[in-house]
Ligand binder design. Structure first.
Ligand code: AFP
Length: 341
């Protein structure tokens, strides 16, 4: 029988091989433990009284679901006392949350979207948690927003947990991508895939087609060519999937390839926004994972991980997944802008 490897064993071995520090290992273990609690809460559904709106809005002015609030609290509480963090930032909170004075402080900054795709929770469709880890700048004792505003290339770890038919953790700390499945009977994440790679070519794309008429011309051109299938310039058919939980859509790409787009559109710019998805809580961690799996991640114009953030809740367009498709869609945008011949 093949011996199973738990997340703890995987982290201990990574620490022994000096790929991660003891503090980062603890941080990941704590986040994974918190996500097990979120998995239990999402799994209870109506029986746990956790469905529906919380009756409050988050910092983005979006109605919070009860599970958004519960998941945020679980992650904050779990990460407060271990001594591994200098501060946390959450998509659900305007400002970073300092570590309470009663506890020791660590050298890392943790950012998370506690329950991504939460509008799917009431219809029992997969949702997830996304997280990103940065080093706190040297000499900083009270981390502020400015300390979090580091480009995605500075991430030391990123991951997501999908709460679906099974609960899965997908993790990178810059040495490839691994997947762990939660064994609910023993309560441990067990390694189920390592060295995950996204094929460079794909026949599957994910986009919210209802926004088509609002897209910019290069996006219209790119998706138009995919839709034209065998009769169009690409000469082959493409399939489309859209879960509307980024975690589930990205996980499909991690599993069998594909591309995901949330482009800029006139509806978004009309509201004075710069994108739909959040750079620090969604785009950067997913870009890190996708690049580590051999894929690509851009805004349609630049590499996501090279963006110098200007705000904790900054939004960006997102193109990610199979490298060759991301490159074609990005090239169309740059050609239209006249920045590429
Ligand atoms: P919610 O967390 O509000 O459900 O938003 C989910 C999300 O940020 C991301 O996970 C999806 O990819 C995207 O929004 C779905 O957007 P549409 O509502 O346009 O389908």
């Amino acid at each position: 029988m093949t011996k199973s490897i738990s997340l703890i064993q995987f982290l201990i071995e990574a620490k022994r091989a000096e790929r991660i520090t003891g503090e980062l290992s603890l941080l990941i273990e704590v986040v994974a433990r918190a996500c097990k609690r979120i998995s239990v809460a999402t799994g209870k559904g109506a029986l746990g009284g956790v469905l529906g709106n919380a009756g409050s809005d988050n910092v983005q002015g979006e109605a919070q679901k009860k599970l958004d609030v519960i998941s945020n609290e679980i992650l904050l509480e779990a990460n407060a006392w271990g001594g591994h963090l200098a501060a946390c930032a959450s998509e659900e909170m305007e400002d970073p949350q300092p570590i309470p004075d009663a506890y020791p402080k660590g050298h890392h900054l943790l950012l998370f979207d506690p329950l991504d795709g939460s509008s799917n929770i009431d219809v029992n469709v997969s949702v997830g948690t996304i997280f990103s880890v940065l080093r706190c700048p040297d000499g900083v004792t009270e981390a502020t927003t400015a300390d979090f505003l580091q480009p995605g290339t500075e991430q030391v770890a990123a991951g997501y947990v999908v709460y679906g038919p099974s609960t899965l953790l997908v993790l990178t700390f810059g040495h490839g991508v691994s997947e762990f499945t939660l064994d609910r009977e023993i309560g441990s994440f067990i390694l189920t895939k390592r060295d995950i790679t996204i094929p460079a070519d794909t026949g599957e794309f994910a986009i919210n087609m209802s926004n088509q008429r609002h897209w910019e011309a290069p996006m219209q051109r790119y998706v138009g060519e995919l839709l034209a299938g065998t009769e169009g310039p690409r000469g082959r058919d493409f399939n489309m999937r859209w879960v509307a939980s980024m975690v589930a859509d990205v996980h499909r790409i991690i599993t069998r390839g594909g591309v995901f787009f949330y482009p800029l559109d006139a509806k978004i710019t009309g509201k004075g926004a710069t994108g739909k998805l959040r750079l620090m809580y969604e785009a950067n961690p997913m870009a890190f994972i996708v690049e580590q799996a051999g894929g690509a991640a851009t805004t349609g114009r630049e590499r996501i991980m090279e963006i110098r953030p200007t705000g904790l809740h900054q939004r960006v367009p997102v193109f990610l997944g199979s490298k060759n498709e991301v490159e074609i869609a990005t090239r169309y945008h740059l050609e239209a802008d006249g920045t590429r011949g």
